[in-house]
Design a protein around this ligand. Sequence first.
Ligand SMILES: C[S@@+](CC[C@H](N)C(=O)[O-])C[C@H]1O[C@@H](n2cnc3c(N)ncnc32)[C@H](O)[C@@H]1O
Length: 241
Amino acid sequence: MSKNELHARKDESYKIFDKIAGTYDFLNHLLSFGIDIYWRKVVINNLPKRNDLEILDLACGTGDLTIALAKEKNVKSVLGIDLSQGMIDIGKTKITRKKLSDKSSMEIGDGVNIPKEDNSFDVTTVSFGIRNFPDTQKSLHNMYRVIRTGGRSMVLEFSIPKNIFFRGIYFFYFRYLLPFVGNLVSKHKDAYSYLNETVEDYPYGENFAQMMKNAGFKNVHFKELTFGIATLYIGDKLENN
Ligand SMILES: C[S@@+](CC[C@H](N)C(=O)[O-])C[C@H]1O[C@@H](n2cnc3c(N)ncnc32)[C@H](O)[C@@H]1O
């Protein structure tokens, strides 16, 4: 797929998620061998250490991160936003089932042009979503805008392992195995076919950290997870920025 086609696909990626929403959770855990649960735990461990946190979870999908955040004692509320009604419908059911409706909710909302007031959250998070957005830098600017001074934004996203051995296994898995199983189980002709291209084409490590700095974030740093298959990026909004 050409870069232009890949970009055009990102404009409407949420429509594909609408179609695969029913199998998303099952495939997510299967294809990541459950490691995604640990990755989300690392996000939780890096929340600011204070009480009454109000969190906005972008591209919340079926809500695994939204729910994990809402379970934390120092979290007052979590609002998940996503453009896919199908994903959100499943997320809302999970929130009700887990009796977390008093602390968490979900609504339709764009992760790029975030439809929220300036300085209205303590934390924004986005897990495995930003890579699908048509404009990463604009999304980061808006994440910065909607958090309060003293707030933090965290981005969890796929990256590429540095180690040549793991890199080989990773490419084989992402290019061949994952698309085969993903398309078969989701019964979608190509929902999982270009996942490797969106990852291989996407900035990671220092390059992504620089984009966060460009958006105004301070203390920008990142943690490579599981040999660098995924990376958690963290940036703060400080006084006198
Ligand atoms: C791979 S899923 C990640 C879901 C969830 N955060 C997780 O960790 O499982 C990507 C999500 O991004 C959403 N999405 C794509 N473009 C979006 C946009 N511009 N604004 C908000 N959500 C978007 C899709 O609808 C989908 O639910």
